[in-house]
Design a protein around this ligand. Sequence first.
Ligand code: ZN
Ligand code: ZN
Ligand code: ZN
Length: 273
Amino acid sequence: MCSHPLFKMDKEDFKTSDGGAECFTDLRIGVYKEIVPMGVDPDVISYQLAGVHLEPEEFHKEVEALLAEGDSCSDTILLDCRNFYESKIGQFTRCLAPDIRKFSYFPDYVDQNLELFKDKKVLMYCTGGIRCERGSAYLRSKDVCKEVYQLKGGIHKYLEQYPEGFYRGKLFVFDERYAISSNSDVISDCRYCSCPWDKYELCSTQFCCQLVLSCPSCRQNGHTACCPTCQTKGQAKSEASPAVLHHKEECECTCGRPRIPQDPQHICVPYLE
Ligand SMILES: [Zn+2]
Ligand SMILES: [Zn+2]
Ligand SMILES: [Zn+2]
């Protein structure tokens, strides 16, 4: 038995939601150094460094206080440490959601945005609290923030208590369901016609692994790829040779996004309602 304090799991550490075996077609059980790889060895950045855990009620109060400040620049950053496509369809009101594609880019994102975090109180959150354990430890290792807090049990546990709280939209999950919802807000738009839409599907172009938000009527009009470039490629594909098909796909979506985004140093996120 492992004696590490983090291996002691309580009943409340388990998260339940609707869905059966059909949602987990790729379920594997194993022992990993990092459940969601941040790419930094836990022996280098220890779990012990992680930010202070806030229970959903405490986190809720913190966000409430942040929102009460209105439009003024705040000392507090509400940081979504998930990937851009996750925060796009659901997020906490007034959060900072980095435009990163993988959690392994998070350390570089922090490194390149250190000024942003200087002397700030950071309230970090992710899906189930797993990434925050590593992400908050990394952020704290930089020694620039005033304080770093993390939402215990993540959005998942928060939504159980506050389905109509400050988290709006869907919660992206990494199984066949793609997302689970607790409130009916749709915070994202169709890629093509900009109508409210938050149901992801995989780009129809083979080997492109981008998720696309294309509403039913746009799909009917043939917009099934992540972007026009990909759509064109998809059509050319049937005539292409198998060798060409295995090339790594690049499209507007992958080319247009810097690997590590630089956020403005003084963020004043307007409070939209
Ligand atoms: Zn549309
Ligand atoms: Zn695509
Ligand atoms: Zn694309």
